[in-house]
Design a protein around this ligand. Sequence first.
Ligand SMILES: Cc1ncc(COP(=O)(O)O)c(C=O)c1O
Length: 405
Amino acid sequence: MDRFETNLRIPGPTSLPSTVREAGSRQMINHRGPEFAGVLDRVTSRIQPFFGTRNEIVVLTCAGTGGLEAAIVNTLSPGDPVLAISIGAFGDRFAKIAQAYGAEVTRLEVEWGDAADPGAVRMALESSPAGGFKAVLITHNETSTGVMNSIPDLAQAIRDIAPAALILVDGVSGVGAVPFEQDAWGLDVVVSGSQKSWMAAPGIALASLSERAWEATRTARMPRFYLDLAKHRDSQRDGQTPWTPAIAVMFQLDVALKHMEQEGQEAIFARHAACAAATRAGLKALGFELFPDLAVASQTVTCVRLPDGLDWKSFNGELKARKLVVAGGQGKLTGQVFRVGHLGSVTLDEILAAIGVIEEVLVETGREATPGAGLAAAERAGLAALEAAGHAAPDTSKRIARAFA
Ligand SMILES: Cc1ncc(COP(=O)(O)O)c(C=O)c1O
């Protein structure tokens, strides 16, 4: 772990490569000058392929939640009927934002740990209020449960039954790490956040709107000022943002996206798949049960159950003492699960190091765990996933695995 003081394995913010970190410490520039215009242009154009879109990417200075709020208040009016498909804490949050601004929200609640079923979505849409739903809210990657929804299947179901409904997607913790095709899947608004797959500090939300969504902004009557997306779009066409942007985070995104372009989408997706496979296999070999079904398990965060008798606070204390930082359960899963983030600049080495620490804590605290089993399983699964994706295994993972064996 020479790159980072701590192995930060939460599902965002993520550890930053040193070049990205340093970019954030650059001297400030005039945000109304040509240099910033260049940064803005490079960032937005390099993000488009990861969203799978030709839409202009709107840059907002706020957390991901601000981006979700922008998606709602710019496309909807008070009283609009909205279907909120929630598979966890972040799906609930999206629904709450719509409710807070006066939308008539119908919730399709999915058991935590499951993905949304397109058949259930079809049924919910068929019993829609007169006039149909104005919008459907969906989470791409539910960070609280470690589940990744199949967005193309859900979008297809929505288009089949309710073609006029806008599809608003919380893509905060998944887009950038896995294949994503906003235009081909017919998604109207997609939102992400700088601190997730984009290897930058928190502070910038990214939003992409379809033609239909921009059309909806003309008549949407929910109150908005700071998060007015049309203002942002118009300002961006002049190489600016309407308000002072998080310039340091933009500097970081500029460098991070250059790295992402150099690495290439395929390699990035293969790396995330390998890290996810390694995390799941390593934790399974140490006796942890995956919270969701493997078939719907996320590629960016792994959620496992805490077995009986393993107290979260003391277990986490032991991990932290060894500089491994993972995430606990959220909402109703508090104390029942823990989560390991594997997104952004994550490497297989870092995952192996994390599994090694978890293994060490289990062995040292007298739990039933075979020394070396977690690490060996993680390495095997990670290397197999890389090979399956046609990507050479990094030499260093073998070295690290040996060091922990
Ligand atoms: C799926 C999802 N949606 C929304 C958010 C909210 O993002 P932020 O914390 O930047 O507001 C997160 C953050 O973890 C998330 O994972």
